[in-house]
Design a protein around this ligand. Structure first.
Ligand SMILES: O=C(O)CCC(=O)C(=O)O
Length: 263
């Protein structure tokens, strides 16, 4: 698909797929390396593996993070000077149950820093799912609701839609290893059960325009202290990137992460 076709699909559905982003010959090595470091650093117990700030520990995906076909879609949405806002290592292991339907930051109303519903109708943050194993119905390809990015709120207590229940028209983020699924963070999605004996392995990379204030996510900032910590709020931490890790990144990836380097 051309960038125009991907963008049109994204505008219509709140999501699109860029296939064959990671070189097929490299996928197994990236997957094994990512899986090892997610297991080593996970903040959650199995069957889930969850490592925010994953780039601090593992840079196996770095050669592809500025992939021209992915960045072309991001640039069409945000214009130039976009950045990587979060990199999360992820394993959804055998037995993981269905999660709640939700939208992501800054639209998730459970987050301490969020745009209050009814929120405005614009794409200001995207989640990209870098599939390192095939994503199938059985191994828990993410549940997605195409078109839900146009809703002014997401399923939650009091919204009239039970986030724990299947939603009419829900689909799955099915794709081959090496595919990148791109979601508007307003698009309703949920963890799907993994009923296989194999782990579903991915890195979730979020991209933001330069003008989106990411400080509520960043420990040590005034906004994190005032908006999140002072209110005992729920918010994923995005720790700074160590200088030596930044220095070793491919030259085309550096502009995406320069802002986040440890001072
Ligand atoms: O792991 C998945 O399939 C979904 C992850 C998710 O819901 C999220 O990162 O917000």
């Amino acid at each position: 698909m051309s960038t125009e076709e991907l963008h049109a699909r994204f505008v219509r559905d709140g999501l699109c797929f860029v296939e064959d982003v990671i070189d097929p010959g490299e996928i197994a090595a990236v997957r094994d390396s990512v899986a090892r470091d997610v297991r080593a650093h996970s903040l959650l117990p199995p069957p889930q593996g969850y490592v925010p700030g994953f780039l601090r520990f593992n840079q196996a995906l770095a050669p592809w993070l500025a992939s021209a076909r992915v960045l072309a879609v991001i640039e069409k949405l945000f214009g130039p000077h976009s950045r990587i806002s979060m990199v999360t290592g992820s394993i959804n292991g055998p037995g993981i149950p269905r999660g709640d339907l939700h939208a992501d930051w800054p639209y998730n109303q459970k987050n301490a820093s969020h745009i209050p519903a009814p929120y405005p109708g614009s794409t200001i943050h995207v989640l990209t799912m870098w599939m390192l194993t095939d994503f199938t119905h059985d191994n828990g390809a993410t549940i997605i609701i195409p078109g839900s990015h146009l809703q002014p709120d997401h399923p939650r207590k009091g919204s009239g839609i039970d986030p724990k229940q299947p939603y009419p028209g829900e689909q799955r983020l099915v794709g081959k290893a090496g595919t990148v699924g791109i979601l508007d963070t307003r698009t309703w999605h949920a963890i799907a059960p993994n009923v296989t004996n194999e782990e579903r392995i991915a890195v979730i990379v979020r991209y933001a325009p330069w003008w989106l204030n990411l400080d509520p996510l960043r420990p040590g900032t005034i906004d994190r202290a005032d908006i999140v910590e002072a209110n005992q709020g729920v918010e994923s931490p995005v720790p700074p990137l160590p200088r030596d890790v930044f220095d070793r990144l491919p030259v085309e990836v550096k502009p995406l992460l320069h802002y986040s380097v440890e001072q």
